[in-house]
Write a protein that binds this ligand. Structure first.
Ligand code: NAD
Length: 478
């Protein structure tokens, strides 16, 4: 028996959770359940995180959490429970299988069978944002080597364990050479450790277009947080229905399983909702717990039910469906099919040891890190970069000179184009003469002179080389 934590959530949550748990029980899943309350009621009781302290303790003790969708109340101040749970528990991998069920559920892509593995903790989702000038706000995109290694290794181990043939990496490293570049570089490094699995890299824009058009060209896709967020909803939708997909959120210690859809409040309490998304989350949970035979049994009974044309309203189609059923009746049909396998759809089959055991990240030896200059970001509402360069002249000294000004990344001085549109946010790069060293205390000198000259520096970024390789971007057009 494994103790798990269950939250029935809001809206259609309780109905689809009851249906899912009834199927798991009938299939013989070895589970003991601790139920906790999360979501709307908790939010409205004045707890802005949507979950009580003692519920966290239960989740952390049991380590495995099956969660129905919740309603985040309208209005500001409520924190997303999903984002908090992922981050607090270090659930770095979001896994979403998207498989067509043609001809029983309509799709333009009958051969589609992909798994999207999305990095779940980093990227623009760190939520570190600042307004720096009247016109410009920034959001920090943080990508770490441990973050990249963990998710990419997870993708290859997943492919190996589940008998998948290829892992495709999606990034935009032609533009974001440092951040997406690191993800791509780590992908190439780790791919070498799995010679039996094919690997490839696509630029995200054309890759996403290809996936929407020809999803059968892909198998496992691994990508960064934001791209994965968008891509996985597209994939679920084109496979047939967002209402059918489940998702696993996996960490080194804990894991959370759920449907990808929301709480559909308009359908609540009417015995209408399709429990399939949450059931798929539960199937992934059984595999994670090593109960692969039960996972197979539930999945095949579910496939048989879909094949029998027993459908809830959201996938019911006159002609191809046979019986329109409610949530409870759908669950009963799946229970009646336990032990059966589908005739036309591909039978589900899961490996014995599907729980992936990944090594913990081990920190690499530190590189030789050398400070080679500094970018001062300046709030200035003028328009001619030459004038700004003139204003910055007093900052030039024996230790560092102004070498470049960019506006939104584009080089505007020296030799800019008069056509380039400029905002009030300027990156001014100071470097020592070539061959000379630059020291951190010189930055204080630059800032101090800037204050004297009434130049509004809104932030600085140090420019480093790591083992002689530039760890910063050049100006566009430089
Ligand atoms: P939703 O996914 O709840 O609903 C979108 C549409 O799909 C609706 O027409 C709904 O009726 C239908 N639908 C969804 N799930 C269904 C199911 N199982 N069976 C049949 N039909 C289904 O998205 P929404 O309306 O944008 O959001 C409603 C609430 O859910 C919001 O409060 C939102 O914050 C929350 N939400 C929660 C989660 C989560 O807890 N993981 C995820 C997304 C949205």
């Amino acid at each position: 028996m494994t103790r798990i934590t269950v939250a029935k959530g809001d809206g259609i949550g309780p109905e689809i959770m009851d249906a899912t748990l009834a199927i798991l029980k009938a299939a013989g899943a070895a589970l003991e359940i601790d139920e906790i309350e999360v979501g709307e009621k908790v939010y409205l009781s004045g707890n802005t995180s949507g979950i009580a302290e003692d519920s966290w303790e239960i989740i952390r003790r049991n380590k495995v959490f099956l969660k129905a969708p919740i309603t985040t109340p309208q209005g500001g101040g409520y924190k997303s429970l999903n984002v908090t749970t992922r981050k607090f528990l270090g659930l770095y991998a979001n896994v979403r299988p998207c498989t067509a069920l043609s001809p029983f559920v309509q799709t333009k892509h009958p051969e589609m069978d992909i798994v999207i593995i999305r990095e779940n903790e980093e990227d623009l989702y760190a939520g570190i944002e600042h307004q720096q000038t009247d016109e410009v706000v920034q959001c920090l995109k943080l990508i770490s080597r441990p973050g990249c290694e963990k998710i990419i290794r997870y993708a290859f181990e997943y492919a190996k364990t589940y008998g998948r043939k290829k892992v495709t990496c999606f990034t935009k490293d032609n533009i974001m050479k440092q951040s997406d570049g690191l993800f791509h570089q780590v992908f190439d490094e780790i791919a070498k450790e799995y010679p039996e699995i094919e690997n490839e890299h696509w630029i995200i824009d054309i890759g996403a277009a290809k996936m929407a058009d020809t999803p059968e060209a892909f198998d496992v896709i691994v990508t960064l947080n934001l791209y994965g967020d968008v891509l996985s909803d597209v994939a679920a939708q084109i496979a047939g229905s967002v209402g059918l997909a489940g998702s696993a959120n996996i960490g080194e210690e804990c894991a959370m399983f759920e449907a990808i859809h929301g709480s559909a409040p308009r359908r609540a309490g009417q015995n209408m909702a399709n429990p399939s998304g949450l059931l798929h989350g539960a199937i992934m949970m059984l595999n994670h717990l090593g109960q692969n035979e039960i996972a197979e049994k539930v999945h095949n009974a579910w496939l048989k039910t879909i094949e029998d044309g027993v459908h809830t309203y959201d996938i019911y189609k006159e002609g191809s469906s046979k019986t329109k059923v409610g949530t409870k009746e759908f669950a009963e049909a799946v229970i009646n099919n336990l032990g059966e396998t589908p005739m036309r759809l591909k039978k589900a089959s899961y490996p014995k040891n599907a729980a992936l055991n990944l090594p913990k990240y081990s920190r690499k030896p530190a590189k030789n890190k050398e400070l080679v200059g500094v970018d001062l970001f300046v709030h200035w509402s003028g328009s001619d970069p030459k004038q700004l360069a003139e204003m910055l002249k007093p900052l030039n000294n024996g230790s560092a000179q102004l070498t470049m000004i960019t506006n939104r990344g584009i080089k505007v001085w020296p030799d800019g184009f008069s056509e380039t549109f400029c905002t009030d946010h300027w990156r001014c790069r100071f470097k020592p003469e070539s061959g000379k060293l630059f020291f951190k205390n010189k930055i204080i000198g630059l800032l101090s002179t800037a204050i004297d000259e009434k130049i509004d520096v809104v932030k600085t970024e140090n420019l480093y080389e790591f083992d002689g390789k530039a760890g910063y971007s050049l100006g566009q057009g430089q």
